[in-house]
Write a protein that binds this ligand. Sequence first.
Ligand code: PMP
Length: 383
Amino acid sequence: MGRGNNDIKPFIVMDVLERAQSLERRGISIVHLEIGEPDFPTPKCIVDSGIAALNAGKTHYTDSRGILELRTAVAAYSNGRYGTTITGEQVLVTMGTSPALLLVLSTLIDEAGTEIILGNPYYPCYPNFIRYLNGTPRFIDTREEDGFQLKPGDVERAIGPRTKAILVNSPSNPTGTVMPRKDLEAICNLGVPVISDEIYHGLVYGEKEHSSLEFTRNTFVLNGFSKLFAMTGWRLGYIIAPKERVRRLQILLQNIFISPTAFVQHAGVTALSNEVPEIDEMRKQYDARRRYLLDALPGIGLATAVEPKGAFYFFVGAGHINGNSYELAFDILEKAGVAITPGIDFGSRGEGHLRISYANSLEQIAEGMRRLERYLENCGGTP
Ligand code: PMP
């Protein structure tokens, strides 16, 4: 049987971005609230460290699992944040969180029909990767009043003989919500491996977030430098895996990637091992934007049931304006000059919603809100 790569769906957010860019080429002003990418530059000490590593000749293959210094730094960072006791032996460095997810799923999906449990709405790559590997995404329809996060009772009922893992993402893309500690703990105790995508860890604006590592040994943590450290283009991430699962992952890494990029890993060590003052500053700015939107969005009829306390997204209900989020997002783009992502990009449960990213300046966000308000007045959408 062939791989399920014909089932891979387009990333609609990229369609929105590309249309927005073509309007911009015609001189039309667009406010970008669609992209899930930090608008900040990479902090200077990290950039300097990457340059120094290049100049020092760090231009060769490394250990396929990543340089020992970075694996040790990841373990120390994780132990410092979560009070865990992992070692560098459990860490594998990857070229971003995306390959980390693909590798972990590759080792878990060993036969067609293997089920991975995940919530709907979801980050689009999750089911795409699962299908690509001939697995079956086992969706759970999450509830808006739970911030679209998985609840342990629903997960327990979905576990069957083909279940190989539960996939969690907190803080979440597209919702920005954080899973309560007790729910994460209960999900980690269901006896099934938990894949925890922790890429938005550190970007929380309230209570501290928790790692699956605090609650079980039976977990694969995925993380990366793209979001917290504003390093999307560097392509650097990692897996923290149970010791006995490392060898299998290492073999895949050796074959597929040989090794992660050498000098980039040295920049990663600097990011994790130093006080980087810009991180706090970026977090403060995201939070100021978040609080601005918390005030502004309900006023124009775009509300969330649960306050998003992490990442840089709001996932707002918009079904009262148009139940077809794809049509709505493109209409807003054409008529109001605001680029936002239709909820349908994140699965059937995302329909009737829009994802608004606040990875843009407060000025641009305020301009976007003014344009949206005008658009909604004209189409009679405000309640
Ligand atoms: N997981 C989630 C939930 C994401 O939002 C993203 C980036 N949009 C990724 C993984 C992948 O990030 P990267 O490959 O840049 O580390």
